[in-house]
Design a protein around this ligand. Structure first.
Ligand SMILES: [Zn+2]
Length: 303
């Protein structure tokens, strides 16, 4: 089919249709009848191999209030999504655990949603078995990060050392109804604080706010640095564009905003690569200053 000229396009949609186009009907992708790729994205950082492993995507749904919870700001946030050709009513959430392969150890950052997710299938697509994982690191105790830890009462990553932040684990275990997967592994976890090196070149970074003891992961090899942000990254457009934006999921909004400001400033200044757990696939990129705020610049996909 030949392309439309702008004049033909105007005639086709009509004058009132132009306003309707702002909702971008074609932007609702992710139909199960149109599968793409194999659910993993592998790239090098210095001597290390990094593999983002998709745990899948949510069904399209309303972005708000969860993905921008500041009172009275949803219209502004919606307009920003539309400007990026995204329909705020058809927001698709991603879940992006990652494996860091140093050549000696394989570290898995977060474990997805468990039975509902596709982490293990996509891990198999990437040629990895659960038994290959040497270290499992948990950024924080939310269900979409710890759901894949345990199956039928047994640790899924049976050969792995399990590591989590001390403050984070204590917080969850002190709740009236602590998450079952954390309870199941409570005596197996190695508890660390921010700044701890969990494997050569891999340290954890204090990033509180989303949860009380959230830890991100810093990977350094061959003079390059990458952060897996966990949920300290927030939303891949709104959390950069609006310095005071916060999520409905952020336990302490002011602290989450302050943590993100610190992360973006350093990542932009030092050209640090970032991966966001809920960023759009494959969720790898950089942070750039944009006026008084920032912008996420996705890295180009390479085969
Ligand atoms: Zn999350």
């Amino acid at each position: 089919m030949r392309g439309f000229s702008r004049r033909e396009a105007l005639r086709f949609v009509g004058a009132t249709g132009l306003a309707a186009m702002a909702t971008i009907p074609g932007a609702a992708q992710g139909s199960p009848s149109l599968p793409n790729g194999a659910g993993f994205y592998r790239f090098r950082l210095g001597d290390y191999t990094l593999i983002v492993l998709s745990d899948g995507q949510s069904a399209p749904g309303n972005a708000f209030p969860n993905w921008g919870a500041n009172p009275g700001r949803q219209a502004e946030f919606s307009a920003a999504l539309r400007e990026h050709f995204l329909d705020p009513g058809q927001f698709i959430n991603n879940f992006n655990p990652m494996v860091i392969d140093t050549g000696r150890v394989k570290v898995l950052v977060d474990t997805g949603r468990g039975q509902a997710g596709q982490l293990l299938a996509n891990m198999a697509n990437a040629g990895l078995r659960p038994a290959d994982i040497n270290i499992v690191f948990i950024t924080h105790g939310h269900g979409d990060h710890i759901g894949g830890l345990v199956r039928d009462g047994q640790p899924v990553f049976a050969n792995a050392q399990h590591i989590i932040g001390e403050t984070e684990l204590q917080f969850w275990l002190s709740q009236a109804n602590p998450p079952a997967n954390l309870v199941a592994l409570q005596n197996r976890f190695t508890r660390v604080r921010g700044g701890a090196e969990i494997a050569p070149g891999i340290t954890v970074v204090d990033t509180p706010g989303h949860t009380v003891g959230h830890l991100a992961v810093q990977v350094s090899s061959g003079g390059r640095t990458l952060w897996h942000l966990g949920d300290a990254g927030g939303h891949y457009i709104l959390s950069f564009r609006f310095p005071d934006h916060y999520l409905g999921f952020d336990a302490n909004p002011q602290q989450a905003v302050a943590t993100r400001a610190r992360l973006w400033q350093t990542a932009a200044a030092e050209r640090i690569m970032v991966v966001g757990y809920h960023f759009a696939w494959p969720a790898v990129g950089y942070v750039r200053r944009a006026g008084d705020a920032y912008e996420f610049v996705p890295a180009f996909f390479t085969f």
